[in-house]
Design a protein around this ligand. Sequence first.
Ligand code: PMP
Length: 368
Amino acid sequence: MKRPFNFSAGPAALPEEVLQTAAAEMLDWHGSGMSVMEMSHRGAEFLSIYEKAERDLRTLLAVPAHFKILFMQGGGIGENAIVPLNISRGGVVDFVLTGGWTQKSFKEAGKYAAARVAASAEASGFTEIPDPASWQISPDAAYLHICSNETIHGIEYQQLPDLKALGADIPLVIDCSSHIASRPIDWSRVALAFAGAQKNLGPAGLTIVIVREDLIGHALPICPSAFNYELVAKNQSMYNTPPTWGIYVAGLVFDWVLRQRDGDLQGLAAVEARNIRKAEKLYAFLDASSFYNNKVAPAARSRMNVPFFLADESRNADFLAGAKARGLLQLKGHKSVGGMRASLYNAMPEAGVDALIDYLREFEKTAA
Ligand code: PMP
């Protein structure tokens, strides 16, 4: 069966091979007689799944030894509260607003800490990243929060800011929900990274937190125990029952990423090279066309989420119906910005982008 190409922003397409493995192992994981969903999280079978997933993620993202990897629940929106509950100490926290997700994070953090805006791209309609040299970082901030890939507005940091070089030696927190495992993370610049799994890693319900050890152990007294990084870390993410199915599927995805090849490249480097080619192809086509447009400044364009608009927006419904008929699914833009959005996560093959471009070309002709 040839499956359609699924451009959903999340929950999103997973590698077909991963889905097939999960299906084959559904009733009986490795001769255990149990589905992964039916296993005790404390049994030897699940512990082996958990340990391999953690090890593979550490390898894949080159996570240094002084960072803990936590498998949690609550999603990116949960972390908007859980991060300040754990590391703000109730003081000042800074935000760089680049789109819908940082706006949400900023608002939520204000419940637990004195949230301030160090810079905002709102005046541009969230089409660029404010130059880090212009950021007004609070000298007393407990951390600075950015969203390294804004899923809705299609903005991505091509380089993470070096806060130390900006004269602010404070922890950088990144919400990398929508591009985790699509490119390396420079851990010399990051103190805490969080991501919901449902874009590049697996099913919804699993949240990954990767946190530098010195930030653990300072939670506010009101922080719920299940969300206290110290308790979660001390209990190997099993203070409460972890999202076992999500960890299992994410583990299959980590294994898949590590096995990818592109020419001489392997693992994350191979996946990144493919992601660069996919995004470049699509942006080049959109830029060359007068029928479609993307409004994001080229230097800030996301490889993962490509929002675009038709010159004639009255044709949006026709466009989506034609796409669906061709097996190009979930291209509708987020309701807050309208238009279209093609999400090109790791599991989207290059053939999917080629098929999308063929359709864009053909639709443009019929619209002339
Ligand atoms: N941050 C980013 C960058 C996201 O893309 C999303 C989900 N689209 C979230 C946070 C929120 O994630 P969740 O719905 O899992 O809480």
